[in-house]
Ligand binder design. Structure first.
Ligand code: NAD
Length: 374
């Protein structure tokens, strides 16, 4: 398997966690005899410092020639005074738009070993394993008309408008991704809308129901977004793939993040465009950058998503995820997931955590290869 990956480490803890993620990808390539090439590029604050632009043309050109883009995080307080379109975060928005991915995938998993890290009760989150598929290029964030009349005529009020709009084709393409993924998981799609009030949700619901007919092995259920917000907190284990439009997905996937317990544990992928984009959910965390406190597991789990969605190496993706489980079960903790001085827990740095996952992964791939050799 050949794979060319653009590595845009970015700012703050971005380079620290991305290093651990690429180490894992290198290990998978070595152990499995794959040919992975890594193409480094600048984005964010570091790119502004070195080139004057948060997304230099060279970075974008290189990214568009790769099979996948692995991004760390962007953001640096020293650029806070710049206008929004000149700040590091503008680089992220630009690359997301240029790569054109329309389906944002965000897993929310309850790790048994971290049950105490979630603000939800352990018995509530037990066995939760949700994959959000959020439509990313349509809906309220992009629909026209959009405006804010800041200078109303005499006797009128200031007024602002955003438009939630979807075409049928936009719903079909993201729904297909949700059903395909559910077919490889536990076979259930929960589609979220507000069809009791919004026409756009009625189109969404009718279209998703139509697409479902092509996937007889996948069960479809519809949920209204308000009750869904409650169900996620009450019975998260009931959900497998959750399909949502842009705004609802933005809110619900953040809400579901609490199941896992730390921002540092959450991976994401954006697929369906010219090149898939992979990034941990967290930002550049300037408060802990350079201290060795960053949790690299979100980035490492993001690397697993690269293997699954861009390399079709499902077994290896699972092996990375199982290695993460193993290290957590053995009690190793970065500061964000440690619970005081609990017995059986060993505090580790970013690098140590990366090495432990690497070790657990190498053992599992060795075992697999030995079984095949017998
Ligand atoms: P943040 O995600 O960087 O940090 C929020 C809190 O979570 C901080 O206390 C941080 O220390 C902690 N945290 C985050 N990731 C962690 C990890 N891997 N391990 C341990 N702890 C972790 O969000 P913020 O503080 O709101 O933003 C900081 C900068 O990052 C800003 O410039 C913001 O614009 C940017 N940002 C970038 C992205 C991105 O690149 N995708 C996302 C969000 C924020």
């Amino acid at each position: 398997m050949r794979l060319k990956i653009a590595v845009l480490a970015g700012d703050g803890i971005g380079p620290e966690v991305t290093q651990q993620a690429t180490n894992i990808l290198r290990a998978v390539a070595e152990l499995g005899g794959h040919d992975f090439t890594f193409v480094p590029g600048l984005i964010g604050g570091i790119a502004i410092t070195e080139t004057g632009s948060p997304l230099p043309t060279a970075t974008l050109d290189a990214a568009l020639e790769c099979d996948a883009v692995l991004l760390g995080a962007v953001g640096d307080n020293k650029f806070n005074a710049l206008p929004p379109d000149k700040r590091p975060e503008a680089g992220l928005l630009q690359i997301r738009q240029a790569l054109g991915g329309f389906a944002n995938l965000r897993p929310s998993i309850a790790y048994a070993a971290l049950a105490e890290s979630s603000p939800l009760r352990p018995e509530v989150i037990k066995d939760a394993d949700i994959l959000f598929v959020r439509e990313l290029l349509g809906g309220l964030y992009f629909g026209a008309p959009r405006w804010w009349n800041k200078e109303p005529a005499v006797g009128e009020q200031e007024e602002a408008i955003n438009t939630m709009r979807y075409t049928k084709a936009e719903v079909v393409r993201v729904a297909r991704i949700a059903f395909e993924l559910a077919g490889k998981r536990r076979g259930k799609v929960t589609s979220v809308d507000k069809a009791n009030v919004l026409e756009v949700s009625q189109l969404w619901r009718a279209t998703v129901s139509e697409v479902a007919k092509d996937y007889p092995n996948v069960t479809l259920e519809h949920q209204l977004v308000d009750s869904m917000a409650m169900h996620i907190m009450n019975i998260p284990r009931n959900f497998d793939v959750v399909l949502t439009e842009n705004l609802f997905g933005d809110i619900l996937s953040d809400e579901a993040g609490v199941i896992t317990g730390s921002l540092g544990m959450l991976p994401s992928a954006t697929i369906g465009g010219a090149v898939n984009l992979y990034e941990p959910v967290h930002g550049s965390a300037p408060d802990i950058a350079g201290t060795g406190k960053a949790n690299p597991l979100g980035a490492i789990l993001t690397a697993a998503m690269v293997l699954r969605h861009s390399a079709n190496l499902e077994q290896d993706a699972k092996a990375v995820e199982q290695a993460v489980h193993k290290v957590l079960n053995a009690g190793y903790r970065t500061a964000d997931i440690a619970r005081g001085q609990q017995p059986g827990q060993t505090p580790v740095s970013t690098q140590e955590m990366g090495k432990l996952v690497h070790q657990a992964l190498a053992e599992s791939i060795d075992r697999r290869q030995a079984m095949h050799a017998v």
